[in-house]
Structure formats: structure tokens, C-alpha cells
Ligand binder design. Structure first.
Ligand code: SF4
Ligand code: SF4
Length: 83
């Protein structure tokens, strides 16, 4: 469970925006990353023919290693499913 999947921790979009994003000089990270780690441009991006490849929504996690933010999100999701 959660081994390779994207758990919406927001880590990757907080480090470098994809080609649809833009860096937020004030907050850091992509300016289209919402408070709950959703992509505000999701509906626009999935209409693009190459969206399957980049940013590859639904293709799994692109940054699973040494990702503390993802680890914590998985931990909290596991707690939710055990309650
Ligand atoms: S780092 Fe991985 S789990 Fe976190 S948002 Fe990006 S793809 Fe999803
Ligand atoms: S997927 Fe969305 S939130 Fe993430 S970097 Fe691209 S535009 Fe920004």
C-alpha cells in the first residue's frame, strides 16, 4: 500500500514546477500548488495530449527517495485508515 503511488504530499511541486507551473518567489514552490497539495491547473493540464508523460498525473511518485514529506503523509494516511 502506497509503495509507488502519488499520495499528494506536494514535495515535487514544491521543489521545481513542471512545464505548466511557475515558481512562487514569496512562498516557494509552484504557485499553482494548493494548500491541500492539489494542482490548481489539473483540469487544464489533463487536456494536453502529452500530459500522460509530463507531469504524468497518475503515473506514481516521481520523488520517493529521501522524501520526508511523503513519508509523513503516508504515515498520516495509514493512521486514518486504521481509525
Ligand atoms: S513527491 Fe511523489 S507523492 Fe509527493 S506529490 Fe510528488 S509525485 Fe506525489
Ligand atoms: S503539476 Fe501543477 S502544481 Fe505541480 S508543478 Fe505542475 S502546475 Fe504546478
Amino acid at each position: 500500500m502506497f509503495k509507488d503511488e502519488c499520495v499528494k504530499c506536494g514535495y515535487c511541486c514544491s521543489k521545481a514546477p513542471c512545464q505548466f507551473g511557475a515558481w512562487d518567489d514569496v512562498r516557494g514552490g509552484c504557485r499553482f500548488l494548493t494548500e491541500n497539495n492539489e494542482c490548481a491547473k489539473y483540469e487544464e493540464i489533463i487536456k494536453m495530449p502529452y500530459a500522460d508523460f509530463s507531469p504524468a498525473f497518475g503515473a506514481g511518485c516521481c520523488s520517493p527517495l529521501f522524501n520526508e514529506r511523503r513519508r509523513k503523509k503516508i504515515e498520516s494516511l495509514r493512521c486514518q485508515t486504521n481509525t
